[in-house]
Write a protein that binds this ligand. Sequence first.
Ligand SMILES: Cc1ncc(COP(=O)(O)O)c(C=O)c1O
Length: 447
Amino acid sequence: MLASEIRTGLDAAIWPATARAEPDGDVSIGGVRIAALAARYGTPLQILDEEDVRGRCRAFRDAFGDAEIAYAGKAFLCRGMASLIAEEGLSLDVCSDGELAVARAVRFPPGRVLMHGNAKTPDDLRAALGYGVGRVVADSFSEIARLAAAPDGARTRMLIRVAPGVDGGTHAALTTGTDGQKFGFPLSTGAAAEAVRRVLGQHDAGGRGRRGPELAGLHCHLGSQITALDAFEEAARRMVALLAAVRDEHGVVLPELDLGGGFGVAYRPGEAEVDPRELGERVRRAVREACALHRLPVPRLVLEPGRAIAAHAGVTAYRVVSVKRAAAGGVLVAVDGGMSDNPRPGLYGAAYTVRLAGRRGTGGDRAATVVGRHCEAGDVLVRDARLPADVRPGDLLAVPCTGAYHHSMASNYNLVRRPPVVAVRDGRARTLVRRETAEDLLARDVG
Ligand SMILES: Cc1ncc(COP(=O)(O)O)c(C=O)c1O
């Protein structure tokens, strides 16, 4: 057992920073017990450890010195989270006018917002230019043309998204840096160099000065849940080589290099996780060395962690609804949530750990599968779980590492109402997002 585990009774690599196992079997987070939170807010309930989020923001800022750290809002975004991110001095990556509306609602500094998306709609671009976002990350030739023609286009700055051809070894659905997927301009085909040519070509077209955004630099993002640091180093080297090629062809030294996010986290004990400090050392060294090789000044780095900031801060509490003996042995424990609050097991076979909360179990542990309430046999939340033999309806279960790509990917399948998100800190809880109501569901159903 690790020292931190002895201190908290929980595996610190999985649970949020302030989580503690209480002597009676409950778990507290931010000084508030899960049983108390469940009694007050109901279940399912998504709990967010504010200290954990803040600590991870600081860890990234410390690890990367003067680099810009932009939190990827797709992992989890609401006004409370956006404010917290702003307070910690991070920038914000958004990928729709909806995410931008949240940033706008808290007056997130526009210069620190980056707009992403492989198929930004006219509404997305209008909202981005209207708010004056710091950078738009261009993802297609048609978008470059659209930005050049936009009335406010010349007032913004642009990064060009490059697919550097580096495979981070993650799930295929999460791989975005290779050829043959939908994001960015491939490096291998010359499309990335051509994108730069088009943008810079617009700048002095017919001697009429710059049309469209200023080209601030290049961007790449290899994918998500990647733990192989050598993939990030290789991407950095290829991107610096492209910066050098731009300098050689156009005589322009682009000042920014955005290496995206994708830093993997441990969902279960013993799994690998990216350490921000090691990542910072290795990526910055790779960039420095590549720049020295190409005689380029070191660009200003931008990193976009999403999961690595939000995942560990989240714990989802469910109430057990029924327990059945499984034909294959063990038990099927059905809870009051499922694929509508966590689609990841169904989408990528994502695996979690789970524990009983609210009381101490008796009779030793036995094999269990935690299933949801939805009308699909694939609605399984935790396979290969171990739960106390006396687990029964009414019990509380807690699933850690559910802060990223949970609330943001939630649906209303079976017209189940989405759970609230409650932030905890210093013994207090506050609602960030309230539970959905039947009225909310009916509000859009106007027929
Ligand atoms: C452009 C971009 N940046 C950053 C991220 C964040 O990735 P992660 O949450 O894995 O760090 C994503 C997510 O896929 C992304 O598409």
